[in-house]
Design a protein around this ligand. Structure first.
Ligand code: ZN
Length: 456
């Protein structure tokens, strides 16, 4: 029965995915906003020890910085309730290391650890700070130590910066396609390629933080892999160009990107006949970033709603079931010995750890109310775009921004239907997250059930 209710919710949400417009109201008193940003680009001193993470290679050498990657914290104190968004240009936040950071913030700053929302842009042009990957860019302890220490310092500085202000929110459709569905479905089977008829979300979701009648920060979310460039230089990819565009147009803005449910969407750069994705250079990143940045600026200029009412953060932690390995230990050994570099490394992991492979993996969904008319629902991992309308439907009385890539990076979070379709997200990708066969296909129902409990 529970499952039937969930299916009905999904169906309703797929037909009516527009959130109820927020009721206009006066900006509330008692809101304090603090912002702190640090550049987190590595320096040359890491040298050959450092690799960039994301694509299927663990030796994509770091040769320098093209454009700076950043970590930004926006801290809030709303009627005495403290919370913060920590956004960074990395592939993902490591669940365990992030949970350690929450404890440290609680102990040293007396700020509730579970009031922190961590979101990764998922750029593939930054060092790896995840401990749960193999074959997509080696983890470098020295950089990870620096990264999580910088996050702590930024959180501290942002709370020290708290200033009276107001928050406004809204969304704006982009004037062109920034990211497109990459799971091309033909006759129920998934092929890798741009699928313009497939689900995507062309909206930029915007939070405008204003202090003393001046812009303090512009937070914005969009769903799509920033994976157009594939080379040896550090870059914030097209989201960095979007941020720069916003900061050029809006005086005083610190712009902050939050990745949405972009697990099955990819930056819209293809060959001439739009049948295959292409690798792009800086000009292409600038073009796409400007489309996204312009939507955010237009959204602000068109007018946003003030955030009103009570702020509160809650999180649900639970375990997702994994599918058992289909290959035997002996088969992994054969693959290990017959594969080239990266895959040999991946299969070696499964061969050596075969007897201790996990059967479940920790997962979380966070409800982050900035007010009673604006909630962020933050989900771990590379979440399929169709989760967004499902989550929005759980709180129909308000605007809901749905984020993926938040608070942990446990690989792709797909819908049950997508497991039957196959493809990179459900099958090929998960081994890079040290998961043999991906999540149990019905995991979708547990995730939605837990989100429903948070949204009661
Ligand atoms: Zn990804």
């Amino acid at each position: 029965m529970k499952r039937i209710v969930l299916i009905i919710i999904i169906l309703i949400s797929l037909i009516s995915c527009n959130a109820t417009p927020a009721i206009a109201d006066e900006p509330r008193d008692g809101t304090y906003i603090g912002v702190h940003r640090e550049i987190i680009s590595p320096t040359q001193s890491y040298g050959a020890k450092l690799f960039l993470a994301g694509f299927g290679t663990y030796t994509r050498d770091y040769e320098g910085v093209h454009d700076e990657i950043t970590l930004t914290v926006v801290a809030f104190e709303i009627d005495g309730v403290k919370s913060a968004i920590i956004a960074a240009d990395v592939l993902g936040f490591d669940r365990e290391l992030t949970d350690e950071l929450r404890i440290r913030v609680q102990n040293e700053l007396d700020i509730p650890g579970d009031s922190l929302l961590f979101n990764a842009s998922h750029t593939h042009c930054a060092p790896n700070v995840l401990t749960n990957t193999v074959g997509i860019g080696d983890f470098t302890q020295e950089y990870a130590d620096y990264f999580y220490e910088t996050a702590f310092e930024c959180i501290k500085q942002a709370f020290e910066d708290l200033t009276p202000g107001q928050l406004y929110f809204g969304s704006q459709k982009t004037s062109g396609i920034v990211a497109v569905n990459r799971r091309y479905i033909r006759d129920g089977v998934c092929y890798w390629g741009p699928w313009y008829e497939g689900p995507r979300d062309d909206n930029a979701y915007i939070i405008h933080a204003v202090c003393d009648n001046k812009t303090r920060a512009v937070l914005f979310s969009y769903a799509g892999h920033p994976t157009i460039y594939n080379g040896p230089y550090v870059s914030a990819e097209y989201v960095g160009y979007a941020r720069n565009y916003i900061e050029e147009k809006i005086a005083g803005a610190v712009s902050v990107f939050m990745q949405g449910c972009g697990g099955d969407l990819k930056g819209n750069h293809t060959n001439a006949d739009k049948t295959a994705f292409a690798v792009g250079g800086w000009d292409e990143l600038a073009r796409i970033g400007a489309i996204l940045g312009k939507a955010v600026v237009d959204g602000i200029n068109n007018g946003l709603e003030p955030v009103t009412g009570k702020s509160e953060v809650s999180i649900s932690r639970f375990e997702l079931q994994l599918q058992p390995a289909k290959l035997s230990k002996a088969q992994y050994q054969i693959l290990m010995n017959s594969s080239s570099d990266v895959l040999a490394e991946v299969y070696k992991y499964f061969y050596e750890n075969y007897d201790n492979l996990a059967t479940t993996r920790p997962y979380s969904v966070m409800r982050f109310d900035l007010g009673s008319n604006l909630t962020l629902i933050a989900m771990e991992g590379e979440v399929s775009v169709e989760y967004a309308p499902i989550m929005k439907e759980l709180l129909p009385d308000r605007e809901v921004f749905v984020l993926g890539y938040s608070n942990g990076e446990p690989g792709y979070i797909c819908l049950e239907r997508q497991y039957a379709e196959g493809g990179y997200e459900t099958e090929d990708s998960m081994k890079y997250y040290k998961i043999a066969e991906g999540y149990a296909p019905d995991s979708q129902y547990l995730i939605i059930e837990k989100a429903m409990e948070l949204c009661k």
